[in-house]
Design a protein around this ligand. Structure first.
Ligand code: ZN
Length: 436
């Protein structure tokens, strides 16, 4: 896929994917359009060689794979991993707060949210709703208000003179977004708001009662190309929907000769322990059913995983937050992430393998290691490597403002990593060094 098309389809994906469920739904549509076949975990699978398949768990994690024309026992599986979730504010189960005639919504902080940028944004609301229909069946569906339906106003500087020098944010008391002004007698409930939205988006739904939901607020401002020369992309959830987009497009565009797989897990931002998270059994279960349960160790010994997750580009106002020799620049290529304490799973073999692919493809790459006096983030790389015993590389597009409500990447890096991962997935003999 060409650079302009790649970025156009990225912007579309970002704006249609305010939650992991929406992201997975969008990815399955793209896989269907590319001829991939849906598999259901409850069924018996009859897989054919040279075909594409995908499986969804909980609606929020996805595995897609090309069985290839080679046997996984002799060629291994080239795997790319990413995550579908992003830090955000999730609606509490009993969310209504009524103060001074305003209806506000109690929120739980999901993951490591950078809270400051959530103030004074035009917020919308989206997620999954589970309901009982008029026939007594329990169903779930996705909703997305798309319009700006809520707001967290800043406190005026006159009422907090230390706002610029000494501001702290209390997640319990400072964050509840204002949904509407109700007046004294208006008994509008959040349940009614959700029920009416389900009815609008899904007129056929026949809701008897809303039984549960997982909803989050998000910034309604659409993604944009920014900068005088259009050097950057600004959007929510670039960490890590950008890597989902890269991995999906790479898998779809491979020759299909080599066994190759993409896993996009939910719950990375909160430690990956869940039925559909990277610490859960989703990937190992799919590999067992594809390659044969007794064969997994042999297949993994010939395989390699690339965990794609965004990296910290050096911020020009805060240059000293990076090691002086390891400050990745935007638009200078994806970043190989190294941490010998295994917060990243990269080793010298997996890093070298990517550098080899990258050089042979005429693509740039960079390398990151955190300052020795600072803590390091992590990805699904180490947990997947630990679970499967597979050689793993941690790599990602450099970005600014990680976990902000609006993050920034370079316009070129996503497409560069896409080309590198596509070649990783389709070149012959590419994983032999890493597997020995
Ligand atoms: Zn991430």
């Amino acid at each position: 896929m060409q650079h302009a098309d790649f970025n156009d389809s990225l912007l579309e994906f970002l704006s249609l994917s305010p939650t992991p469920w929406h992201a997975v739904r969008h990815m399955t549509r793209r896989l269907e359009a590319a001829g991939f076949t849906a598999l259901d975990e409850r069924d018996d699978w009859q897989l054919e060689s040279g075909r594409g398949y995908y499986v969804v768990r909980n609606g929020s994690s996805l595995i897609a794979f090309q069985t290839g024309r080679a046997d996984p026992l002799t060629s291994g599986v080239r795997m790319v991993g990413a995550h579908t979730d992003s830090p955000c504010l999730k609606v509490k189960p009993n969310p209504e707060l009524r103060r001074k005639g305003y209806l506000q919504i109690g929120v739980e902080v999901y993951g490591g949210v950078l809270l400051n940028p959530w103030f004074d944004r035009d917020l919308s609301l989206a997620g999954r709703v589970t309901y009982r229909d008029k026939d007594g069946r329990i169903r779930d569906t996705l909703i997305d208000f798309r319009a700006p339906v809520a707001f967290i106003p800043s406190l005026a500087i006159h009422l907090d003179r230390e706002a610029n020098s000494n501001r702290t944010i209390n997640a319990q008391t400072d964050l509840p977004p204002v949904l509407m002004q109700t007046g004294e007698d208006d008994g509008t409930t959040f349940d009614q708001v959700i029920r009416s939205r389900v009815g609008q988006e899904h007129p056929e739904s026949q809701v008897d009662r809303i039984l549960g939901y997982e909803l989050n607020f998000y910034d309604s401002q659409p993604p944009a190309v920014v900068g005088l020369s259009g050097d950057f992309i600004a959007s929510a959830r670039l960490d890590n929907l950008l890597s989902c987009h890269i991995g999906l497009q790479a898998l779809v565009d491979t020759s299909g000769d080599q066994p190759a797989l993409l896993v996009c897990n939910d719950h990375e931002e909160v430690g990956s322990v869940s039925a559909e998270g990277a610490q859960g059994p989703f990937l190992s279960s799919v590999l067992d059913r594809w390659c044969g349960a007794g064969n997994r160790a042999r297949v993994m010994a010939r395989s390699m995983m690339v965990s794609a997750d965004n990296a910290h580009g050096v911020h020009p106002n805060f240059i000293d937050r990076h090691d002086e020799n390891h400050g990745p620049l935007l638009n200078q290529g994806p970043v190989i992430k190294v941490n010998h304490n295994q917060r990243y799973a990269t080793n010298s073999r997996s890093a070298s393998l990517y550098r080899h692919i990258s050089e042979k493809s005429g693509l740039p790459s960079q390398t990151f290691v955190v300052r020795s006096d600072m803590g390091c983030g992590s990805t699904i790389g180490p947990v997947t490597a630990g679970n499967l015993g597979v050689t793993t590389l941690d790599i990602g597009v450099p970005q600014w403002g990680m976990h902000s409500i609006r993050e920034v990447v370079g316009v070129h890096d996503g497409h560069i990593l896409y080309q590198g991962l596509r070649n990783f997935m389709q070149w012959e003999d590419v994983v032999c060094l890493a597997a020995e």
